[in-house]
Design a protein around this ligand. Structure first.
Ligand SMILES: Nc1ncnc2c1ncn2[C@@H]1O[C@H](COP(=O)(O)OP(=O)(O)OP(=O)(O)O)[C@@H](O)[C@H]1O
Ligand SMILES: [Mg+2]
Length: 251
């Protein structure tokens, strides 16, 4: 497990500054929610932690992001091992066009070659159990992952992450395509998993942030305006802008 320390982080897309002097500490075994209006930089901040912004042309970053005593925004960072350590779940569940079984062993094969079939079976069973999918899927492991419901697909994507033993789970609006019941079951899963990871969830849904997170950060126009215990952010925010947002005075 690993804390994340962000120090004086700035990020530009070309001339546009999308993150402005962000300082924050994410604690292991806790769920931190990042909230804020559309375009405030939530996804950009998440993508710093697995260096996915590197895929975008013209991105420039300054400052420091420490994970396990390593500054992961440095040029020297090994992106393969970073992305093994930092897993990400997206808004739209994106299983591979493969069987349920293959979706899970795919990452395992990439990261640890030479496992026996028996060992792989065990990995599949354990990871599906950890996302509470085993009982419903154990008899259809060779079916295409595309046959699953949205909720099952999102769980499968989480299972696929878990097999590579990440320390950090990034979730960008993981429930936005799900109905309220499925959302609440995924939130339950997040709580089940939280003791093994440092979890950061981006959400538009303030009720979700309030329900699921221990810490909350509020972002506006690239700045982290306020960060603290979720209860405090929602009941006694210190900054007027946070208060306006949580009481619904922003769009
Ligand atoms: N690839 C890009 N090139 C240029 N600008 C970008 C790029 N991606 C994002 N931006 C800009 O950076 C800012 C932050 O975007 P980001 O996607 O991080 O916001 P967000 O808080 O995740 O928004 P949403 O809630 O809509 O997902 C926005 O002004 C956006 O237009
Ligand atoms: Mg976003």
């Amino acid at each position: 497990m690993a804390d994340i320390s962000v120090n004086n982080l700035n990020l530009w897309y070309g001339d546009f500054q999308a993150l402005i002097n962000v300082n924050v500490h994410f604690t292991q075994k806790q769920i931190t929610a990042i909230i804020g209006p559309s375009g405030c930089g939530k996804s950009t901040l998440l993508r710093v932690f697995n260096r996915m912004n590197d895929l975008i042309e013209g991105v420039r970053t300054t400052g420091e992001v420490m994970i396990d005593a390593e500054n992961i925004v440095s040029e020297k960072t090994d992106l393969v091992s970073l992305r093994k350590k930092v897993g990400m779940v997206f808004q739209r569940p994106n299983p591979f066009p493969l069987s349920i079984y293959e979706n899970i062993v795919f990452g395992q094969k990439v990261h640890a070659e030479g496992l026996t079939k028996l060992k792989l079976n065990e990995v599949v069973e354990d990871s599906l159990k950890s996302v509470f999918l085993w009982d419903e899927l154990k008899d259809k492991l060779n079916k295409s992952a595309f046959t699953l419901s949205l909720e099952q697909k999102q769980r499968l994507c989480i299972a696929r992450l878990i097999v590579v033993k990440p320390e950090i789970l990034l979730m960008d609006e993981p429930c936005s395509t799900l109905d309220p019941q499925a959302t609440s079951r995924i939130e339950e899963l997040m709580r089940e998993l939280k003791n093994n990871y440092t979890t950061i969830i981006v959400t538009h849904n303030m009720q979700q942030a309030a329900r699921v997170s221990d810490q909350t950060g509020f972002m506006l126009l690239g700045e982290l305006v306020e960060f603290g215990r979720t209860e405090d952010i929602f009941t006694k925010p210190k900054d007027k802008r946070t208060e306006d947002y949580i009481t619904g005075r922003y769009g």
